[in-house]
Design a protein around this ligand. Structure first.
Ligand code: ISE
Length: 335
């Protein structure tokens, strides 16, 4: 079977990473088209890959006859149009989160895909492909912990880009725990509340950091998340599930532990999400390529998952203002 011909739209940090993994770390696919609003960046990347061209209009890149499937790593605000183009051309697409930037357009995309009665959209919630999260999911599904009751999460970034504001901490960071909750517990989130502890004096002016998110699932399970994106330390993502017969925790960064003079010990913490989840991204893209080549098109989070996450995050942003729990209402779409 010939290689899947992929267009990568957006070759900033994430997109360039995907180009590199498709070109040199995974099998069955090659990048034939790249696009970026900074034309020189796309041209530079294209010039380094055999058989790859830069195409200046993202919609032309999607329609290109040399493209079987699309990876979207463009800014979220451009996703709606680009996803609609993928649906129109019947091209499978791996869309980095967010699906779109608001709930109504996310729902519209999920509806349009459902009308086609053919899955085409996968959303890039990469934690589902991380070995530790997969092991935790298997443990929960295997029933060893009994009924899962509570989940405690820590999501710390050493720093975030200068455009980050308080609501982006919900929409860009908490969104991962929203998806993890739905993935691990297999149910929807019924309400979300954001509590503001004392702010980090080192956080940029006006940015509420840290934040504590409290999610309640439809069956009443409790999830709390410490979000702290200006720690200045390293990348720390921990998840602990407490069940009726014990608990399990992942994300302890216990790689090599070194003891050295003068009587200290320690290991290394991953500096950022690309290092922490590098293998998960490889697995995610390999499994997506395999799914597209086999005609299944999607092997992971769907447009519905992208919509559900958007709905929970919108409720979270509302709660950021009031401090009160906000109910999440999902439209009736799921088959
Ligand atoms: C970033 O966009 C990510 O997706 C990271 O996984 C997350 O930890 C970070 O907070 C986000 O800004």
């Amino acid at each position: 079977m010939s290689d899947l011909r992929v267009a990568v739209l957006g070759v900033g940090v994430m997109g360039a990473d995907h180009v590199a993994r498709i070109t040199s770390r995974i099998s069955g696919a090659r990048v034939t088209v790249v696009n970026d609003f900074v034309a020189e960046k796309a041209e530079q990347i294209a010039s380094e890959i055999d058989g790859c061209r830069a195409v200046s209009d993202p919609l032309d890149a999607i329609a290109d006859a040399d493209v079987d499937a699309v990876v979207l790593a463009t800014p979220g605000s451009t996703h709606e149009k680009q996803l609609l183009a993928c649906l129109e051309h019947g091209k499978p697409v791996m869309c980095e989160k967010p699906l779109t930037t608001d709930v109504s357009t996310s729902l519209e995309i999920a509806r349009r895909e459902a009308e086609l009665q053919r899955p085409l959209i996968q959303v890039g919630f990469m934690r589902r492909f991380d070995e530790e999260y997969m092991a935790l999911k298997a443990l929960l599904d295997g029933g060893e912990l009994g009924t899962p009751l509570v989940m405690h999460c820590v999501h710390r970034n050493p720093s975030v880009p200068s455009y980050f504001d308080s609501s982006l901490i919900v929409k860009d960071s908490l969104v991962h725990e929203v998806d993890v909750t739905r993935f691990l517990f297999g149910e929807e989130i019924a309400s979300v509340q954001i509590v503001r502890p004392a702010s980090n004096p080192g956080a940029p002016d006006g940015v509420i950091d840290p934040q504590i998110a409290i999610l309640k699932t439809v069956s009443g399970r409790h999830v709390d998340v410490e979000l702290f994106v200006t720690t200045g330390v390293a990348y720390e993502v921990r998840t602990e599930v407490v069940g009726e017969r014990g608990s399990a925790m992942i994300g302890l960064d216990v790689g090599l532990i070194r003891k050295s003079a003068p009587g200290t010990w320690g290991g290394r913490i991953t500096p950022g999400f690309r290092e922490r989840f590098g293998r998960a991204y490889d697995t995610e893209i390999q499994r997506w390529v395999d799914a597209v080549r086999s005609g299944r098109n999607v092997d992971g989070p769907t447009a519905w998952d992208g919509y559900a996450a958007a709905a929970v995050c919108a409720a979270g942003v509302e709660s950021l203002d009031t401090g009160l729990p906000v109910d999440v209402q999902l439209a009736d779409l799921k088959p």
